[in-house]
Write a protein that binds this ligand. Structure first.
Ligand SMILES: [Zn+2]
Length: 398
């Protein structure tokens, strides 16, 4: 699952400060639907207007504009890759250009951008009473094997470490497996579906056959109806309408965002992004569900980190904080913490350099009081991403 670096075109659009922008009422008249080959699109201008983004839209290379932007929304022409609130996020369909305008699919505006930008406004996020932790694989199914151990054992250990952290907050925790045995995928989903007011969090570690240097975190929720999964070609979508969606698409994506921002904010790993897939455990669960890929067992340095119990404890801590942030959405309806907030709190250096220069003079003081000065984060994706993780230059665990 490599990044789409080669597809990048030199059109990057940045809209400013989503989470703090004035919230406009959602009304049909706010949207101008543009039909392209029978599919509905919305212009980047329209999206910017809808969210009341103060800095509007600027083209790549306009550094002066970039430096006024906090928590940017960034699209790339011809790509499904976007930056939303400082985290990489994958659209279902590429951004296209028509008549000089850049267009985002209606599916993505409704199913990707809105829940990621305003997870606190996702409807029907109920009180979470139960967290179902699902350590991937087990028994004969070892998952990926590295020179240091098996995915099934690392995943179980992380789940065991997350459990007491959640229990300490008064949450009921159910594990789909407690030991080294295999549980069928449909049984894992059934356990979640039978639990009261539950969410489902599956824990895995990653592998790449193509790229031995691949590192980083990614998180998945179920692909919306009519859309390709992140790893599918965005073009070959002919039969996708046959794929059912989930009633809790938006809740699952909000859960993805809460956990993913915490992961990236606590651990300096490569940001592979918030993705969509039709994995069985995501398809069969009826409750908000995500699958975490907590680093690569096929990369030497990262597999060594994953084998370190202190690093896994850190991973477990980040997962539990993310889950707590999601639980809080149902109570306080406030925007959850973002990667920049966590990094400021944990004094963790961001992977890519951040410049404060020029930010303060443009800043709205009322916004500053909400986010703090150092929450300012430059757009991170104006050049193709580096595959090397900062793990190599700044090891977390000696
Ligand atoms: Zn796995």
């Amino acid at each position: 699952m490599l990044l789409l670096v080669k597809r990048w075109l030199p059109f990057v659009f940045v809209c400013a400060s989503f989470t703090l922008a004035p919230i406009l009422a959602l009304a049909a008249s706010d949207w101008e639907i543009i039909k392209v080959s029978g599919h509905d699109y919305l212009s980047v201008d329209n999206i910017s207007r809808f969210y009341g983004l103060p800095a509007g839209i600027v083209a790549a290379g306009d550094k002066a504009q970039f430096e006024t932007v906090k928590n940017p929304l960034e699209f790339v022409g011809g790509s499904r890759e976007a930056m939303i609130n400082g985290a990489r996020s994958w659209l279902c369909f590429p951004v296209i250009e028509q008549d000089g305008r850049f267009l985002v699919s209606r599916t993505d505006v409704a199913k990707t951008i809105e829940p990621l930008v305003r997870p606190h406004r996702v409807p029907n996020i109920g009180k979470v009473q139960t967290v179902v932790l699902d350590p991937g694989h087990g028994g004969y199914d070892k998952g990926q094997v590295s020179r240091y151990g098996c995915e099934k054992d690392f995943a179980l250990d992380v789940a065991r470490k997350v459990r007491p952290l959640l229990q300490a907050k008064g949450v009921r925790v159910i594990m789909t497996r407690e030991g080294d045995y295999f549980v069928p995928l449909e049984v894992r989903a059934k356990i979640a579906n039978a639990a009261r007011n539950a969410i489902f969090v599956s824990i895995h570690f990653n592998a790449s056959n193509d790229d031995p240097n691949a590192t980083g975190f990614e998180i998945f929720s179920f692909t919306p109806r009519g859309a390709p999964s992140t790893s599918d070609s965005a073009v070959a979508v002919s039969s996708l309408n046959m794929q059912p969606g989930s009633e809790v698409d938006s809740q699952s994506l909000a859960l993805s965002a809460c956990i993913y921002h915490s992961l990236l904010g606590h651990i300096a790993d490569y940001d592979r992004g918030i993705k969509r897939a039709r994995f069985a455990v995501l398809r069969l669960t009826k409750v908000p569900a995500v699958l975490i890929e907590g680093g690569f067992l096929t990369e030497r340095g990262e597999s060594k980190l994953i084998a370190n119990k202190d690093w896994r404890a850190k991973l477990a801590g980040a997962i539990s904080v993310g889950i707590e942030n999601y639980r809080a959405l149902s109570i306080n309806k406030q925007p959850p913490m973002l990667v920049a907030d966590y990094r400021r709190q944990t004094k963790l250096a961001p992977i890519e350099p951040v410049s404060q220069e020029g930010s303060l003079k443009e800043a709205d003081s009322s916004l500053m009081s909400l986010v703090g000065e150092s929450a300012f984060l430059l757009p991170q994706q104006t050049s193709p991403p580096k595959q090397k993780s900062s793990l190599e230059s700044a090891p977390i665990v000696p």
